[in-house]
Design a protein around this ligand. Structure first.
Ligand SMILES: Cc1ncc(COP(=O)(O)O)c(C=O)c1O
Length: 390
């Protein structure tokens, strides 16, 4: 066989030259047999680690039974997973899709339809600076990523961006044309910035008093990533709409748009997609969600998150850095300089995968079953790099 070359792949990302061939738990292996301790996990996707038995078994079992009867039919996984999500979230209706962006795109469409029916055609959605909601044209338009401001113009209209965690900024832009407020409770790509609890309380009251829908993007924070099953449970709020992706499929493409009964106004034909809610992916989702929703599982991953924070804080103290921030197993180490990308590159050479969402931020998103030993090993490799650099 001709040697594998990247020449036919569109260069939409700056990729290192190695080719990944296998994974198990917290470890990823390239074609030269080099092993990487993975604290990125496909950007917080493999919540049970690489090739988790729950995921592999569900795929094997379901692929022998039925892969895709078409979204025009119910299937067992679709019904079971929808019931689990409504049970745990206390919302009422679920639409399955393949990516977080698609789920958010659906949330935007659902809010606009609700606005047509219930708010005289109001369609504007208030979103936040530094937010990230995906890469379809509408979700890019909703996102507050500064580098995207002039990309793919003209953008989809109807999004008003305001500073995060500032209630007066939200209040000041509300008009009769506004239908919803959409946000992440921890801005992941923005640099792991948690929403202030007081801001979220005020936001919920404001949304209620001005008849605005509250849309929570839980693509990164959902499915146990920040402690409870859904991050909005940590804030003690109930959104009108929320979205899931990433961890829901434990590594396979699966996402969900979830809404309360009164907001779930899609009529047949309004929303859909060939692969949406297929039994292969939803069978995996059932296995993943049942695993993560177990209180004992969440207790253990909570304990690991405390250990990770302590470990990062110790490192920050030792190297005179600016501390940590985050929630659960979505954490950041804050540097005093813009060296995060350099550190991430050196870490990769030394067999540790980390991520730099901002120039001074190193992000940690290990699997929810990461062990103390793996956290210790990560700290050992990273400390050596920090002492070499600083
Ligand atoms: C908060 C948030 N929303 C949406 C998305 C988009 O998800 P996907 O890449 O599956 O389209 C991401 C991905 O990083 C995300 O972090």
């Amino acid at each position: 066989m001709e040697e594998l070359s990247p020449r036919s792949v569109m260069q939409t990302a700056v990729r290192p030259p190695m080719i990944m061939v296998s994974g198990e738990g917290s470890w990823l292996v390239d074609s030269n047999g080099k092993r990487y301790l993975d604290f990125v996990q496909g950007w917080a996707v493999n919540c049970l680690g690489h090739c988790a038995p729950v995921v592999v078994d569900a795929l094997a079992r379901q692929s022998r039974l039925l892969i895709n009867p078409s979204p025009a039919f119910y299937n067992v996984g679709m019904l079971e997973l929808a019931n689990l999500i409504t049970h745990y979230s206390e919302l009422d209706r679920v639409f399955f899709c393949n990516t977080g962006a698609e789920a958010n795109e659906g949330a935007i469409k659902l809010a606009r339809k609700w606005g047509q029916i219930h708010k005289n055609g109001a369609f504007q959605i208030i979103t936040f600076d530094n937010s990230f909601h995906g890469r379809t044209l509408a979700t890019m338009s909703a996102s507050g990523k500064a580098q995207w401001t002039t990309l793919f113009e003209p953008k989809v209209p109807g999004f008003i961006k305001v500073p995060f965690n500032r209630i007066e900024a939200v209040e000041s832009v509300i008009t009769d044309q506004c239908v919803a407020i959409m946000l992440e409770l921890v801005q992941g790509e923005g640099g792991v910035i948690p929403a202030d609890p007081e801001f979220i309380d005020q936001l919920q009251q404001l949304a209620k008093s001005r008849s605005l829908l509250l849309i929570i993007d839980e693509v990164q924070t959902g499915v146990g990533r920040t402690g409870p099953l859904f991050c909005f449970q940590r804030y003690g709020i109930q959104p009108d709409i929320f979205t899931l992706g990433k961890g829901l499929g434990g590594g396979v493409p699966l996402a969900a748009l979830v809404a309360s009964e009164s907001v779930a106004v899609f009529a047949p034909g309004d929303q859909g997609g060939t692969y949406n809610g297929n039994p292969l992916m939803t069978a995996v989702g059932v296995g993943v969600l049942k695993t993560v929703a177990d209180p004992k599982f969440l207790e253990l991953s909570h304990a690991m998150s405390i250990y990770l924070v302590q470990t990062l804080q110790t490192m920050s103290d030792r190297f005179g850095l600016s501390g940590t921030r985050g929630m659960g197993l979505l954490q950041a180490l804050i540097l005093n300089s813009d060296d995060a990308s350099t550190i991430v590159s050196v870490a990769m050479e030394r067999g540790l995968l980390l991520n730099a969402p901002q120039p001074n931020i190193i992000r940690f998103m290990p699997s929810l079953v990461v062990s103390k030993e793996e956290i210790d090993l990560m700290a050992e490799i990273l400390s050596k790099i920090l002492s070499d650099i600083f």
